[in-house]
Design a protein around this ligand. Structure first.
Ligand SMILES: [Zn+2]
Length: 318
């Protein structure tokens, strides 16, 4: 009985190993605080890519999406993706990928490309987690409504406050969010400016990164909104404008898209298809399988894990 169970377990593992996996990264950088698990250190990233390329055939996402769209499930393959377009992907990830000959796709938030504005979630987490002393409460207003968030004595509730504010600010209009961040920063005794290491890559860096053909570029909206908070027209604009900006810079077609925060609905899928894109990534943490919709390709988060944890949490999948 036990033997039979072991055989079944092994068979299940073999079957799973045939399912394609798509990895999701954001940053390759060493950060003081990383509440959203966005960053992998360059050393660990090099280790993870070595493990991945040894265990799987790493293919371009666009190729895998074409196979899925044709109803085929290629065996023992993986694809690597990055969201947002951080500068450290150009500085730190690109050399490692090129040395390993590992294909990857970078989804660009085009409104942030080359901007000095930074991403709001990085500014928020710096205010909350990296300001030495915070008051017990921060007051601010959002879209005309007065708000407050509890930080607790000696910052005891910093992390809870961070998650509460993230949920509140995520669907807000960019201007309203920036105004709220400025108030929060003033209350915390700091500024709401981004730090250099948190900035996005420049348009020239994006083009240079894609020039070897190993790294492909995908679109990730203009302003990084949760898509389902937008009406149909606004969703279409975010998709089509970000795609066009990438294509204008690259001079060749862009076919892939990733939903910000993974957030999407039927209207988002329709917007992606209408813009002429052929595939899109979600953030559902599982391997691709038979029946995977090319417009909602699931992805596994790859966080700052050592070899043992990377094997268990990524390579054991699929
Ligand atoms: Zn994103």
């Amino acid at each position: 009985m036990r033997r039979l169970r072991a055989i079944r377990r092994a068979a299940r593992h073999v079957l799973r190993a045939e399912q394609p996996i798509v990895l999701m990264y954001h940053r390759v950088e060493t950060l003081a605080a990383d509440p959203w698990e966005l960053a992998v250190t360059p050393e660990r990233f090099a280790d993870q890519i070595a493990l991945l390329t040894a265990a799987r055939r790493v293919v371009p996402l666009s190729w895998l999406a074409g196979e899925l769209a044709a109803g085929r499930l290629p065996r023992h393959v993986a694809a690597v993706t990055f969201d947002d377009g951080y500068g450290d992907v150009f500085r730190n990830a690109r050399p490692i990928l090129e040395a390993a000959g590992c294909p990857a796709t970078v989804f660009i938030t085009t409104g942030a490309l080359g901007s000095r504005a930074g991403f709001w979630w990085d500014i928020l987490s710096r205010i909350l987690l990296q300001t030495p002393a915070l008051p017990e409460r921060l007051d601010f207003s959002l879209e005309g409504t007065p708000r407050q968030v509890r930080i607790g004595a000696d910052g005891a509730d910093r992390m809870a406050a961070l998650f509460e504010l993230h949920a509140l600010l995520r669907p807000a209009a960019p201007d309203a969010r920036d105004a709220a961040l400025a108030e929060l920063a003033a209350g915390a005794g700091t500024d709401a400016d981004p730090r250099d290491r948190d900035l996005t890559m420049t348009p020239d860096q994006m083009v240079a990164m894609a020039s070897s053909g190993l790294i492909e570029i995908g679109a990730h909206t203009v302003t990084h909104p949760p898509m389902t908070a937008l009406g149909r027209d606004a969703q279409e604009r975010e998709v089509a404008d970000s795609r066009r900006r990438c294509e204008d810079l690259l001079g060749h077609p862009v076919t892939g898209f990733a939903y910000p925060y993974g957030d999407h609905d039927a209207a988002s899928v329709a917007a992606v298809a209408r813009a002429g894109l052929t595939h899109a990534c979600s953030v559902e943490p599982r391997p691709a399988g038979r029946g995977t919709d090319p417009f909602a390709i699931p992805r596994l988060l790859a966080a700052d894990w050592d070899a043992r944890e990377f094997r268990a949490r990524v390579l054991a999948h699929g």
